[in-house]
Design a protein. Structure first.
Length: 232
């Protein structure tokens, strides 16, 4: 009997503590969507609309966007609201219009507003004129004389790689001209007494040169350069 009374007493003491409700934490109330906030969301997509025009290569210069938002299931927010987007471009470009509709709807779905009533907004966007792609001009035909002129015009720069002293010498370069107009040194007959780094220096400096003529395939060119030795 005594054990029964003690067990009942412990239940009475524990009951008030267990029955206490948890601390109430009210959820943050969302601002309600009105015409001004809807307009701000739509107007904020101007750069995205320009992006749609670029991606679809649209010829449209004007896009009129009409947006209507109606409450969805409670609690109604933009994420679950009924959204209708209509886009009319001039001249009409349906692929561009579909891109704009998706862009505006996605921006609305990810905005934090409560929807208590139907709201509409309508705005017209001027599409910036896009630059026409540059006209590709055909490269001039390859001419070995151009390669010779380019190498001769850099005689002084190439000569610096040799660091020669004594009588004038000749430098023979064997150069490959690639189809993109770039030059590559394949070998060189450097004068006796040239610096040990001469070949590497010549290779680097020749690789910086280009010609405007474009050969159909890699062409080998031999160039002989008169070298004026440095006085000591």
């Amino acid at each position: 009997m005594r054990r029964t009374l003690l067990f009942a007493l412990s239940l009475v003491i524990a009951a008030p503590a267990a029955a206490q409700p948890r601390e109430y934490r009210p959820a943050q109330a969302l601002p309600e969507l009105d015409r001004g906030s809807l307009s701000s969301i739509v107007l904020g997509q101007e750069r995205s609309i320009e992006g749609c025009a670029s991606r679809t290569d649209a010829a449209a210069y004007v896009a009129t966007v009409s947006a209507r938002v109606s409450p969805g299931a409670a609690p109604s927010t933009l994420y679950g609201a009924r959204i209708a987007i209509d886009v009319v471009s001039r001249p009409r470009d349906h692929e561009f219009e579909r891109c704009v509709r998706r862009t505006i709807a996605d921006a609305l779905r990810h905005s934090t507003y409560a929807v208590g009533r139907s709201v509409s907004a309508r705005h017209t966007f001027q599409i910036a004129e896009r630059r026409a792609p540059p006209i590709e001009r055909p490269a001039p035909p390859f001419d070995e004389r151009e390669v010779q002129r380019v190498l001769a015009s850099h005689r002084h720069t190439l000569q610096q790689c040799l660091e020669l002293a004594g009588v004038p010498e000749q430098l023979t370069l064997r150069v490959a001209v690639r189809p993109d107009g770039s030059l590559v040194l394949t070998s060189a007959d450097v004068p006796t007494g040239s610096a040990s780094r001469a070949l590497g220096c010549l290779s680097t400096r020749v690789s910086r040169l280009r010609v405007s003529g474009r050969p159909a395939r890699t062409v080998a060119v031999v160039h002989t350069l008169g070298v004026q030795s440095r006085a000591w």
